[in-house]
Design a protein around this ligand. Structure first.
Ligand code: HXC
Length: 267
């Protein structure tokens, strides 16, 4: 039995990628895990995959819901709370992205990503409040390095993820007195995800990107799941309003200069 056994975990965008990995991580700990995503087939597949990982008396459900629709998110949370009881862990992970320059981005293109990432996080957090375990609930937003770094071709994601970080910190401030903590995970490049697929199309850029990471490798979805399990555990009970970078050290700095094998000092 782990401390997450019997807890209720709700994950938006949990039908694929990093968020599905987080779902499986909690399922292996005996939690009841609910995931939502836009595509009903993907949601059904995710439910089956997560169920296959369930231990103890844990269970899983996956169903279709668009995080841009506040009423639908509210309904999804009510459905999960009715099935499993109050929500202990909420992971706001739903995100959309594409590469486009500002001049190639229509207002609707910009709005679409901000709607999914930022409004989607607002909708999940705001609608969850009545269903949260108080005290004790843990909210986690999945952000990205774009929140801190102005990245070309990513105006929408940069704006949205910067907003996600601040929104989550405000949650920490406003809901901390009720015993609800809210933190942010900022993943680096994670193997076998859509984000890294974009990068790996160009092998030169890919190798350069890996070389910049102090850890000299991509992360894994299990490493993000471990961070989510830690943040929602009792060991993190006094951590609130923080950004946790799970990126092999990339946010701290660029490791492309080899300082472990320096050339002889010039006279
Ligand atoms: C310019 C584009 C575009 C592109 C879409 N649009 N792709 N503009 N370049 N490559 C424009 C459309 O023309 C339209 O504007 C508007 O965006 C909305 O597009 P739709 O296709 O109608 O929207 P929708 O069906 O809701 O799809 C959302 C989406 C799409 C984000 C645009 O790419 C999607 O569904 N992606 C889901 C999967 C995904 O993105 N996964 C990546 C997550 S990874 P007009 O003006 O024509 O109406 C991730 C991690 C990265 O996010 C971390 C960084 C933050």
């Amino acid at each position: 039995m782990t401390e997450h056994a019997g807890k209720t975990v709700f994950i938006t965008g949990g039908t694929s990628g990093i968020n599905l990995g987080i779902a499986k991580g909690f399922a292996r700990e005996g939690a009841n895990v609910a995931v939502i995503g836009r595509d009903p087939d993907r949601a059904a597949n995710a439910e089956a995959e997560i169920k296959a990982e369930c231990t103890d008396d844990g269970d899983a459900m996956g169903f279709s819901c668009d995080v841009r629709d506040y009423d639908a998110v509210e309904g999804a949370l009510a459905r999960v709370a009715e099935a499993y009881g109050s929500i202990d862990v909420l992971v706001a992970g739903a995100a959309g992205n594409f590469y486009a320059p500002l001049l190639g981005m229509s207002p609707n293109a910009f709005r679409t990503v901000v709607d999914i990432d930022l409004f989607g996080t607002f909708n999940a957090f705001r609608a969850s409040y009545p269903y949260l375990t108080k005290p004790g609930a843990s909210l986690i937003a999945i952000s990205a390095g774009q929140a801190d770094r102005a990245s070309a071709m990513q105006a929408h994601a940069c704006a949205a993820k910067a907003g996600v970080n601040q929104l989550t910190k405000v949650c920490a401030v406003e809901w901390g007195p009720a015993g609800v903590r809210a933190n942010i995970i900022s993943p680096g490049g994670i193997a076998d995800t859509v984000g890294v697929q974009f990068l790996s199309k160009d092998p030169t850029k890919f190798d350069e990107a890996i070389n910049r990471i102090p850890g000299k490798r991509l992360g894994t979805v299990d490493e993000i799941a471990d961070a989510a399990k830690f943040l929602s555990s009792d060991a993190a009970r006094y951590i609130n309003g923080q950004v946790i970078y799970v990126d092999g050290g990339l946010y701290a700095g660029d490791a492309s200069t080899d300082c472990l094998n320096p050339p002889p000092r010039e006279k």
